[in-house]
Design a protein around this ligand. Structure first.
Ligand SMILES: Nc1ncnc2c1ncn2[C@@H]1O[C@H](COP(=O)(O)OP(=O)(O)O)[C@@H](O)[C@H]1O
Ligand SMILES: [Mg+2]
Ligand SMILES: [Zn+2]
Length: 469
């Protein structure tokens, strides 16, 4: 049996090369290729290479399993994102920046599962048992019946877990620290992470325990090293937040057993992560009432309405090329809204820097935010504030009209609940909400709303004449 040759593996995407190179041809990353022992497939040792197949037992599709397939954690915001709880035998990857609160969230989840009378195991590869205990104490969970271990050898972990009753939940914090004997590369390399994940996934499928793998995220937002792991697991959740804000958002990036558009909202407190049942109130709590350039967007995240403030700053360009910067929204959407404002509404922005920010660090993806973004932009350019009791939603088409968006009634209901008195909506919206609870202004062509501003601007100039012209 000859020894496997050395290979060069991209630590970002796991592409394999026969010699070292500075740039990965597969994912385009620089300086990510390092030398590894060629990883052997985890189970196929040379002796078994020509093994004959073994007949499997086939099950009928119709048929009920005795056990409940899901175990809810009891943390509503977490259960919302997983789709109603942890699925038996499934593997979930939770990614996020270091320090964002992954360990905190998962020790809280493990404690909740234990509290419900199930076996929950927490394996830490990064901290000693005493450190995990210290955190639990701070969170008021010192008495929770969670079983702890500080270990990084996957074979030992699986052997330990196989003893006794199958746990309902196993947390492995983090997958980057795990290593297996079956792969010869150093811990932390892609091959090791993949090998370790493979063994833990096999354990989950065989035993029926739900396994959560924690993964650190690199600066550019990838789960470090094991992007390959993302494809191996059943669900990938990302835990996000802005450093300066206290709230955290849990988002499903991939989910074989549930929706991928739901978010869970938490607030980081000294006593741990607190669930935020009414995120709109939180996101609007620090509103800058009456400032030009802000508009409240009545959005939907998954099944839940969510109100957020969009803030725009439009200022004359000083240097040659105008700047476009967006935080929390899509660059291309902003470019499109700007183009429509230029082409159909006579709003000249090519000599202006444009900044757009979704307040509070939330990231939104809905095209329904177009109208709120446009309103905030025009408001900033005209230096005129929008009515502070109004919300906006509607998608803007390339032809400059405001198009209908789903879930009008839910958006309006949430806005009315939070005290808003009017809404700027697509034309079809009037028929969709029988009792909107507020005044509706329908917007057909986008230029109507811009025209209103121009009129206001002119009015202002008449009442307080200035010599700027
Ligand atoms: N004594 C403390 N009081 C309040 N917050 C703390 C305390 N210790 C740590 N934290 C908070 O918990 C966060 C660390 O959370 P943790 O779950 O360990 O993150 P991760 O596992 O994602 O790296 C820190 O960023 C900090 O904000
Ligand atoms: Mg941690
Ligand atoms: Zn690569």
């Amino acid at each position: 049996m000859s020894r496997q040759p050395l290979t060069f593996v991209c630590q970002n995407c796991a592409a394999v090369f026969s010699r070292w190179q500075g740039k990965c041809d597969s994912c385009g990353a620089w300086n990510t290729i390092s030398q590894e022992m060629a990883s052997m497939p985890v189970s196929a040792g040379p002796a078994k290479a020509y093994r004959k197949g073994r007949p499997l037992m086939l099950h009928p599709l119709a048929g009920a399993d005795d056990d409940a397939p899901r175990t809810p954690s009891g943390l509503m915001e977490l259960d919302r994102v997983t789709g109603g709880g942890f699925v038996r035998g499934s593997v979930l990857l939770v990614g996020g920046d270091p320090g964002i609160g992954k360990s905190t969230l998962l020790i809280q989840a493990a404690a909740a599962i234990a509290h419900a009378g199930h076996r929950a195991v927490y394996i830490s590869g990064e901290e000693a048992v005493a450190q995990v205990r210290l955190r639990a104490e701070r969170l008021g969970l010192a008495q929770a019946a969670v079983e702890l271990a500080a270990e990084t050898a996957v074979e030992d972990i699986v052997a330990t877990l196989t003893e006794g009753m199958t746990p309902r939940l196993v947390v492995v914090d983090s997958i980057q620290t795990m290593w297996t004997d079956q792969v010869e590369s150093a811990p932390g390399t892609v091959s090791q992470v993949r090998g370790a994940a493979q063994l833990l996934i096999r354990y989950a499928k065989r035993s029926g325990a739900a396994v959560i793998l924690v993964g650190h995220v690199t600066k550019d937002g990838q789960i470090a090293g094991p992007r390959v792991v993302e494809h191996m697991v059943d669900a990938v959740l990302s835990f996000e937040g802005e450093g300066t804000h206290l709230f955290r958002i849990l988002r499903a990036v991939k989910n074989r057993f549930g929706p991928t558009d739901e978010i869970g909202v938490f607030e980081m407190t000294s006593g741990g992560l607190r669930e935020v049942a009414n995120p709109s109130a939180l996101f609007l709590s620090a509103r800058d009432l009456g400032a030009p350039g802000t508009a409240v967007f009545a959005g939907i995240e998954g099944t839940r309405p969510l109100l957020v403030e969009m803030q725009a700053l439009v200022a004359p360009t000083i240097l040659g090329t105008p700047r476009r910067a967006v935080v929390g929204w899509d660059h291309n959407r902003l470019a499109m809204v700007l183009a429509v404002l230029e082409a159909h509404c006579g709003v000249r922005l090519s000599g202006h820097d444009v900044y757009l920010n979704v307040a509070g660090g939330l990231r939104i993806q809905e095209p329904a935010a177009d109208l709120a973004a446009a309103a905030a932009l025009v408001s900033s350019l005209a230096n005129t504030s929008l009515p502070s009791d109004a919300v906006y939603f509607g998608e803007i088409s390339l032809s400059g009209t405001v198009r209908p968006v789903p879930q009008t009634a839910a958006r309006l209901k949430e806005a009315a609940k939070l005290g808003f008195a009017r809404a700027f909506v697509p034309e079809t919206a009037r028929g969709e909400a029988s009792d909107p609870g507020m005044a509706l202004t329908t917007v057909g062509p986008l230029k109507d709303i811009v025209g209103e501003f121009a009129a206001k601007d002119a009015e202002r100039e008449q009442t307080q004449p200035t010599d700027t012209e």
